[in-house]
Design a protein around this ligand. Structure first.
Ligand code: CP
Ligand code: NVA
Length: 305
């Protein structure tokens, strides 16, 4: 049995196979009944549109059944211990998707779970988003990502961590620009550096958005204030001044560069309407691709494929 808590849980060749399977699932024909008679539980401590919808729809398309438990219901670690919730859920469901405040919660849950656990977002990583991100980049820039230049502008957060590991495993080049003090955590930088040595990827982290975007094939941003950081909103708005993805910054990238954002967007903060709704935006392809990549993930974890 395998869990999917981080992109680090996938070998480089497994990631490649998952992305190829995602492409086949997206192209059709209908995916069959790989999850017939199987139930996947979604236990979420935070709100969600894409993650909940893509898993619910994807599980139905694979012939399975989905049970969603909202932040108000379970009380992970408050109403009941994380270990007891994991033990009980494992007795009834065939897999669990967890969206948690603290990454340690999902690690603890996985230790006690008898069924595969999928990270549907934690404070440290968002690997399901990473799969859709790298899949979208392949769709637009071709399957060989060696030399494809990705720029990520903004917060060195959960989304940035997973993107870093995806780039490192696929041989892409990733330049991250964050304000001082908002860089990705050393542990993810080290993981990415190790992977990059075997894939040939180049991962650079600095603090100048203009330099990061110069000549890029892909320009990516995420919110400055993530879920759970609302009390830091004003401080972050000031710190991220100059990191907005607007038309002037995008003009520094290649003319055929695509724009990505995991959504939800805080329009007018990290990205302007003009850019997210503009001709270079692949943001809604990226959102749709959550469905295809998560179906591939479920087939791999539960269907033995
Ligand atoms: N990108 C993403 O995970 O969206 P949700 O928070 O709406 O699930
Ligand atoms: N960084 C964002 C991603 C939302 C999908 C957050 O954690 O809120």
């Amino acid at each position: 049995m395998r869990h999917f808590l981080s992109i680090a849980d996938l070998e480089q060749d497994e990631l490649g196979l998952l992305l190829e399977r995602s492409a086949r699932l997206k192209a059709g024909p209908p995916s069959g009944e790989i999850l017939a008679g199987r139930t996947v539980a979604l236990i979420f401590e935070k709100p969600s549109l894409r993650t909940r919808l893509s898993f619910d729809v994807g599980i139905a398309q694979l012939g399975g059944h989905c049970v969603y438990l909202s932040p108000q219901e379970v009380g992970l670690g408050r109403r009941e211990s994380v270990s007891d919730v994991a033990r009980v859920t494992s007795r009834m469901a065939d897999a669990v998707v967890l969206r948690v405040n603290a990454h340690e919660t999902i690690e603890e849950f996985a230790r006690y779970s008898q069924v595969p656990v999928i990270n549907g977002l934690s404070d440290l990583s968002h690997p399901c988003q990473g799969l859709a991100d790298i899949f979208t980049i392949r769709e637009h820039k071709g399957p060989d990502l060696r030399g494809v230049a990705i720029a990520y502008i903004g917060d060195g957060n959960n989304v940035a961590h997973s993107l870093m590991l995806c780039a490192a495993k696929t041989g892409a080049s990733l330049r991250i620009a964050t304000p001082l003090g908002y860089e990705p955590l050393p542990r993810y930088r080290e993981l990415a550096a190790t992977e990059a040595r075997s894939s040939g990827a180049r991962i650079e982290i600095a603090n100048d958005p203009v330099a990061a975007v110069a000549g890029a094939d892909v320009v990516y941003t995420d919110v400055w204030t993530s879920m759970g950081q609302e009390q830091e909103y004003e401080r972050r708005r000031r710190a991220f001044h100059g990191f907005q993805l607007n038309a002037a910054l995008l003009a520094r990238a290649k003319r055929d560069a695509i724009v990505l954002h995991d959504l939800p967007a805080h329009r007018g903060e990290e990205i302007t309407d003009e850019v997210i709704d503009g001709p270079q935006s692949a943001v809604f392809d990226q959102a749709e691709n959550r469905l295809h990549t998560e179906k591939a993930l479920l087939c791999w974890l539960l269907g033995g494929e």
